[in-house]
Structures are given as C-alpha cells and as structure tokens.
Design a protein around this ligand. Structure first.
Ligand SMILES: Cc1cc2nc3c(=O)[nH]c(=O)nc-3n(C[C@H](O)[C@H](O)[C@H](O)COP(=O)(O)OP(=O)(O)OC[C@H]3O[C@@H](n4cnc5c(N)ncnc54)[C@H](O)[C@@H]3O)c2cc1C
Length: 221
C-alpha cells in the first residue's frame, strides 16, 4: 500500500511522507471488507496498523514532501477521472438510444418521443463539452503548465455529469433500469463515486474559489 503518513511533528503540510508498506508486514490486520453500492471490482476494507515498521528505503522521495507529492499526483488523478469517464458516459447514451429504439409503446418507440430525443441530444452535447475541457487540460499538463484550475473544473464537471447522464438514461430504461441487468445501472452506482473520491465536488469548488481569487488561501504552516 502507498500511504501518506505523518513522519514528524512539524507543520501539517511539511510533516508527511509517502511510504510503501508491504501488506504482509507484522502489525497489519485486515479486519473486514466493506460492502459498497458500486465499484465492486475494487475492494475497500478496514485495516488496522499496530506498530508497523518499514525500512527507510521504502519512503518515496524526500521526507516531509509527501503532502506536496500528493497534491501533484492529484492533478493527474483528476485528469484521469475526467478522461476515463467520457467513454462510459458515451456508452450509456448509446445503449439508451438502442434501448429506446427497440422499446415499443402504444404504436411508437420510446425513441420517437421528442422529450427522449432532446434529453439524449443535450447529454451528448455536455459530454463533448467535457471532452474539450479535458483534452485542453491534458494538453497543457503535458506541456508542463500548471493545470490546477482546469483539472479541478474537469473533475467537478465529471462527477456531476456522470450522475446526470446515468440518472437520465436509467429513467428511460424504466423498470429494467432499476435492475442490475444493464450497464446503465452500473454507471449509476459506480459513477456516484466521481463526486466524492479524489476530492469531493465541494473540495473542487473550494480550489476554484481560491484560484479565482474569491476565497482567501489559508496561511501555510
Ligand atoms: C471506493 C472508494 C475508493 C477510495 N480510494 C481511495 C484511494 O485509493 N486512496 C485514497 O487516498 N483515498 C481513497 N478514497 C477516499 C476518498 O478520497 C475520500 O472518501 C474522499 O476524498 C472524501 O473524503 P471523506 O470520505 O473523508 O469525506 P469528508 O472529508 O468527511 O467529506 C464528507 C462530505 O463533506 C463535504 N465536504 C468536504 N469538504 C468540504 C468543504 N471544504 N466544503 C464543503 N463541503 C465539504 C463533501 O460533500 C464530502 O463528500 C476512496 C473512497 C472510496 C469510497
């Protein structure tokens, strides 16, 4: 496990280090798996650490720089979150179009309803807008520029749009949408993590309020 741990008593932004911890080390107890509403191919669990010792060479980079490394890593994690959400959202819309074209009701298909057509058209437009933002942020990141603001915007939009796409599409699947028998309901469950993991939506908004100069930056300890 790669852990961010306090390695001194100094100020909170300078007392942390990144450390690799072998999970078979003495003192580690994997207590239980925690059941989740989604993301079931990735385990989450309760783990106790009791006087676990690792050699200093398992530290990543400089001692006391862990917080800085973590913040740098977050830029790529947030860009990844945005980039990896686009295809599932497109798939969700495509599957829903296919479903709506097959679903007959009262002499027409669900896809014949203008409401359904317009909602799906709007969602696809939003996904394309997210793609443009994500590509621009990635492009600047690869060029070595600071993309704190753009990556935070992409992450924020990703979490919200994934929920919107999944929820809207699930509604069009009717009762079948409420089952586990399709990928749309999977995006509904798995996608919910997008607004929480890697920094919640509100944390992204907090970063943006600072980069926009609206909120004060807290003094660095
Ligand atoms: C399936 C899963 C996998 C995960 N994997 C990892 C991992 O691999 N590595 C890792 O380090 N972490 C991981 N996490 C942890 C994840 O990053 C945190 O759960 C997430 O950042 C939210 O932190 P928290 O749970 O402590 O919520 P809290 O910090 O308690 O926040 C709770 C809620 O309060 C609100 N909130 C928070 N801050 C503010 C604010 N400043 N202003 C207004 N509202 C706010 C938000 O709505 C937030 O959802 C994982 C979590 C899950 C569920």
């Amino acid at each position: 496990m790669c852990m961010l741990v306090n390695t001194s008593d100094g100020p909170v932004h300078r007392n942390k280090s990144l450390v690799m911890v072998p999970m078979d080390s003495p003192g580690i107890e994997k207590v239980k798996k925690i059941r989740k509403i989604g993301m079931n191919s990735s385990d989450t669990g309760l783990i106790y650490f009791d006087n676990v010792r690792v050699p200093q060479r398992y530290r990543i980079g400089e001692e006391g720089q862990g917080f800085v490394y973590q913040m740098q890593q977050f830029q790529e994690e947030r860009l990844w979150a945005a980039a990896s959400s686009i295809e599932p959202m497109e798939d969700c819309i495509a599957q829903t179009i296919e479903w709506a074209q097959q679903r007959n009701m009262f002499g027409a298909t669900l896809a014949d309803q203008q409401w359904v057509q317009f909602k799906l058209a709007e969602l696809k437009t939003e996904v394309e807008a997210l793609r443009a933002l994500t590509y621009r942020a990635c492009d600047l990141h690869v060029q070595g520029e600071d993309v704190l603001e753009l990556a935070s915007m992409a992450k924020l939009k990703t979490g919200r749009l994934t929920r919107q796409v999944a929820d809207t599409c699930l509604q069009f699947w009717g009762g079948m949408g409420f089952t586990l028998e399709n990928r749309v309901s999977r995006l509904y469950r798995d996608g919910r993590l997008g607004s929480i993991g890697g920094g919640a939506d509100e944390v992204m908004l907090g970063i943006l309020a600072k980069t926009m100069g609206i909120a004060k930056r807290p003094p660095r300890g």
